[in-house]
Write a protein that binds this ligand. Structure first.
Ligand SMILES: [Zn+2]
Length: 103
């Protein structure tokens, strides 16, 4: 089958995560670079980029899934949370009082 590069994941964990997302949408993907750390020596495994490839005929569909994923990621990064001084629980930005202890 003809595969095309879909996405460059920052590390193995992201690559497996995206592969899972694609799998949920019945798209079979291939990872390239997973084992590149062998022989490189000191480089930690999680800095190795992993290429994610999908079948050519699934590329457009896959790009849509990935862009939804990236939007989600940005949303999470921008979300401001606060930590309760009383019980140390994390509260969402829009909570005025702690959900756990009401302080
Ligand atoms: Zn609290």
């Amino acid at each position: 089958m003809d595969y095309r590069l879909l996405y460059k994941a920052a590390n193995n964990y992201e690559a497996y995560f995206i592969q899972g997302l694609l799998k949920n949408n019945l798209i079979k993907s291939q990872l390239l670079g997973e084992n590149l750390s062998i022989g490189i020596g000191e480089l930690p495994i999680d800095v190795i980029q992993v290429d994610i490839l999908v079948p050519k005929n699934k590329l457009n569909e896959s790009i849509k899934i990935i862009s939804d994923y990236e939007k989600n990621l940005k949303y999470k990064e921008n979300k401001i949370e606060w930590i309760c001084k009383n019980c140390k629980e994390i509260n969402p930005e829009n909570f005025g009082i702690c959900w756990n202890c009401n302080k």
